[in-house]
Design a protein around this ligand. Structure first.
Ligand SMILES: Cc1cc2nc3c(=O)[nH]c(=O)nc-3n(C[C@H](O)[C@H](O)[C@H](O)COP(=O)(O)OP(=O)(O)OC[C@H]3O[C@@H](n4cnc5c(N)ncnc54)[C@H](O)[C@@H]3O)c2cc1C
Length: 374
């Protein structure tokens, strides 16, 4: 008899939601994480009374009332609305592209004037079938928006020239002909009052958690501790990289505490020119309307990924997707291992999506078990 029903590898959102729901149904769970904290990438470190988003700014947003109610059952969310600013060589623009942006670019005040400007520039570029990201973007929004707000930022993000990037990376470029700076279209958004750690603590309350434990360092013993494994780490690592390593884009964060109450007046400022080496400055206190005497800012530098660096964004091109499918075929044959979350599924998930996916998976798992025992 195993001590636990489930060994859950990874205390991020997928693992924590799975553990919470399984425990609610009477299952015994052990959650381990190789990091020294829970929460995975949503973890916040408290510096000077400010919740600093250690692995990149996280803004919760969803259209799904059930997911919104679910997260609010663990911690109340505030009314934070994401309204990022773009800084292009010192000039400021509102994002997402909306009437405020168009006024700042061209001094146009009416939607028809803005539409006409975009149509005129798209026509002039005369691109029939875009062959790269640059052509794709210009054919959607014209040259001004592309040059000032897309080009430099995207090239920094991917570490390559826009003319060398495939067109499919940009499928749509939402353009809004209203004076609305709200970045998300979703009905619900906000930040947990008191920070994301409250959400994780709520999910993992009363569950056995061991931190600083790497599954691969003690695999045999850990496997013996539970009937089943929920694995939310890297799928290629699970199979000892036998087909090769999946590629990621990485980020380097430079956190700084400043003797200043308010550094940039907004949580998110994107630097869209090519010369500035970082893509964004985040001022964390604004996520929670903080009034602390000091402030903490973080500069984000996109980087190539190499073994040993944090894996942030999967590179879902043909080569990597084909590689992933090879691992997925092996995973589908496992009877006692459930793979879930951004690393095991090699997929970019927003928080509401990974919670939704964990809920679907755990419900399926528990129903199957109930059916099996009938
Ligand atoms: C820079 C950035 C910004 C983002 N911003 C937003 C946002 O604004 N809004 C939004 O909705 N979403 C955002 N996201 C997405 C969000 O971070 C994810 O949806 C979420 O964190 C995924 O949870 P997860 O459990 O799948 O993965 P993770 O949070 O990565 O959790 C996996 C855990 O598994 C652990 N682990 C891995 N291997 C092992 C091992 N061998 N042994 C033990 N433990 C292991 C890891 O240490 C990690 O803690 C952002 C993502 C990034 C990268």
């Amino acid at each position: 008899m195993h001590k636990y029903d489930y060994l859950i590898v990874g205390a991020g959102l997928f693992g924590s939601v799975f553990a919470h729901e399984a425990t609610k149904k009477g299952k015994r769970c052990l959650v381990i994480d190789r990091r020294t904290h829970t929460g995975g990438n949503i973890y916040c470190e408290n510096i000077e009374g400010i919740n600093v988003h250690k692995y990149g700014a996280h803004i919760f947003h969803t259209n799904d009332k059930k997911i919104w109610d679910y997260v609010n059952s663990f911690v109340e969310f505030n009314r934070y609305t994401n309204t990022p600013i773009a800084n292009f060589k010192g000039e400021l623009f509102n994002l997402p592209f909306n009437m405020n942006t168009f006024y700042q670019l061209w001094k146009v005040k009416k939607p028809e004037e803005a539409k006409a400007k975009i149509v005129e520039q798209v026509k002039k570029a005369n691109i029939n079938t875009p062959t790269n990201l640059e052509e794709q973007a210009i054919s959607l929004v014209g040259t001004d928006i592309y040059e000032k707000l897309i080009k430099g930022y995207t090239e920094k993000q991917w570490g390559r020239k826009a003319t060398e990037l495939p067109a499919f990376i940009i499928k749509r470029l939402p353009v809004r002909f209203t004076y609305d700076n709200n970045y998300f279209n979703d009905r619900y958004q906000g930040i947990p009052i008191g920070g994301y750690n409250k959400l994780t603590e709520g999910l993992l309350n009363g569950i056995d958690v061991k931190l600083g434990v790497d599954y691969f360092k003690d695999r045999t013993k850990l496997d013996q501790s539970a009937s089943k494994i929920v694995f939310t780490g890297k799928i290629d690592e699970f199979y000892d990289f036998r087909f090769g390593a999946l590629e990621y884009r990485s980020l380097r964060f430079e956190h700084e505490t400043l003797e200043n109450k308010n550094y940039q007046g907004n949580a998110v400022v994107n630097y869209t020119d090519a010369e500035t080496p970082f893509t964004r400055i985040i001022e964390h206190k604004h996520f929670e309307f903080g009034c602390q005497d000091k402030t903490v800012v973080t500069k984000e530098y996109p980087e190539d990924w190499q073994p040993g660096k944090e894996t942030y964004y999967p590179v879902n091109d043909e080569k990597n997707n084909t590689l992933f499918k090879q691992y997925q075929t092996l995973a589908e044959q496992e009877r006692n291992v459930i793979f879930g979350g951004r690393l095991a599924e090699y997929k970019y998930y927003d928080m509401h999506q990974v919670i939704g996916s964990a809920l679907v998976r755990v419900n399926k798992e528990l129903n199957i078990q109930i059916a099996d025992t009938l």
